[in-house]
Design a protein around this ligand. Structure first.
Ligand code: FAD
Length: 392
């Protein structure tokens, strides 16, 4: 291999939210970075997410505020600072779709919330709203139930990905084929479509592609788990924005609704929660849509959906393997020599994953260094919103 092959401090593989956030954070700290993406930026899970910057409150629905709830509690504030332009990244200009997410308890269930509100940490984060403070679709004389405001943001993820791509400047590289570069028995870099690149650290943030990539590198650890979802989306001229977990009495929301602006001025409602979990995964798309239609007719009977267009989307959450396929509690980072492998486990936890990489670099005394300029390389395109190609 010629000694003139390009080099960098940190080579990141995977341009979803985790890789893009990390890339921007490291560049701000002065590191030379390159981020390699084989498809579209955000085109894995990130652009298919609901964009909620959780503070963990929904995890307390079981009545217990777990370790996960505590770890994630600081995230909304960090994102708010970044969005205001005075945080660890400058995300000013990224559209905040909603400054709050709501917990919505249909009439019959209000009593079931007593265990949820038993936790003091929850009581301090949640306030009840009524009347014209209610989200617009719930401001109807027929609405019964209680609504609580959670201090959790919902972001326009396509705008977020675009801003992070801007912060990446010339560090983004498109490459379909990645092979390990070993020298003296050590992984020292990667071949990107045949181009040898040396790096002081390689960080894999390849989402569901991580298992395949690790296999290429000859590694069996860390093990990845995939948890499938079968999401439902609908678009109608009558829809107004709604950002809410509708409670169903269990430890997961019956439905989680987020709303996303399409270019024709209409709103797209995106339905997740229990509806999209195992039982929903087992349903065929037409049955899943019929189920969602019945749910909305039951919960919001005044909603006119006669002109609605419907579609479903199957997508896997990629995470480090847990016993019983449980939800991991935090961002995850494993270290093996020069290789770091991470999953944020939640879009909201991307800052936590970046913290772990920065802590590794500091612990290993890896300071920013100078590298020769790179040849011009193709740049990966940005991905499309999740409904693109599914709804007209
Ligand atoms: P991804 O976004 O999947 O990115 C990985 C990237 O790596 C992809 O672009 C892929 O093309 C690339 N890649 C893969 N293999 C290779 C390779 N060999 N070479 C180069 N590139 C490669 N979290 C929240 O906090 N709030 C939410 O509201 C929320 N809603 C969600 C809703 C759904 C339906 C789903 C599925 C997840 C949701 N999540 C949410 C979780 C969140 O979306 C994920 O945790 C997060 O997007 C993962 O980001 P990532 O960058 O690790 O992975």
């Amino acid at each position: 291999m010629p000694q003139t092959s390009p080099s960098t401090d940190i080579l990141i593989v995977g341009g979803g939210i985790a890789g893009l956030w990390l890339n921007a954070r490291l560049r701000r700290l002065g590191y030379a970075t390159r981020l390699v993406e084989r498809g579209e930026l955000g085109g894995g899970q990130s652009l298919k997410s609901q964009g909620i910057i959780h503070g963990g409150t929904k995890y307390a629905l079981s009545g217990i505020l777990t370790g996960a709830s505590e770890a994630i509690a600081g995230m909304p504030q960090r994102w708010r600072e970044a969005l205001a332009g005075n945080g660890e990244l400058d995300l000013s200009g990224v559209r905040v779709l909603s400054d709050a997410h709501y917990l919505w308890s249909p009439g019959s269930l209000a009593g079931n919330l007593s265990s949820f509100f038993a936790s003091k940490a929850v009581r301090t984060r949640v306030g009840q709203v009524k009347g014209d403070e209610l989200p617009l679709p719930l401001q109807h004389p027929g609405f019964k139930g209680k609504v609580y405001r959670l201090s959790e943001l919902v972001l326009d993820v396509p705008g977020l990905i675009a801003r992070l791509a801007e912060l990446a400047a010339d560090s983004l590289v498109a490459s379909q084929d990645i092979e390990p570069l070993h020298e003296n028995g050590e992984l020292t870099g990667l071949y990107l479509d045949g181009l040898a690149v040396r790096a002081r650290r390689i960080v894999v943030t390849a989402g569901a592609g991580t298992a395949e990539l690790l296999a290429r590198l000859g590694l069996r650890q860390p093990v990845q788990q995939l948890r499938p979802l079968h999401m439902v989306m609908l678009k109608a001229p009558t829809l107004q924005p709604l950002y809410a977990h509708c409670l169903g009495g269990g430890s997961k929301p019956r439905i989680t609704v987020t709303s996303h602006p399409s270019t024709d001025g209409q709103w797209v409602w995106y339905l997740g929660g229990e509806l999209a979990e195992a039982t929903g995964v087992a349903r065929e798309p037409a049955t899943q849509i019929a189920f969602a239609q019945r749910e909305l007719a039951d919960l919001l009977p005044w909603l006119d959906l006669s002109a609605a267009q419907w579609a479903t989307l199957r997508v896997d959450r990629a995470e480090p393997a847990q016993s019983n396929q449980a939800r991991p509690d935090n961002a995850f980072l494993a270290e093996q020599g020069r290789l770091l492998v991470g999953w944020p486990t939640k879009l909201a936890l991307s800052p936590d994953l970046a913290d772990r990489v920065v802590a590794h670099l500091r612990h290993q005394s890896i300071e920013p260094a100078r590298h020769a300029p790179w040849p011009a390389l193709p740049r990966p395109p940005a991905g499309q919103p999740f409904w693109s190609g599914l709804l007209p």
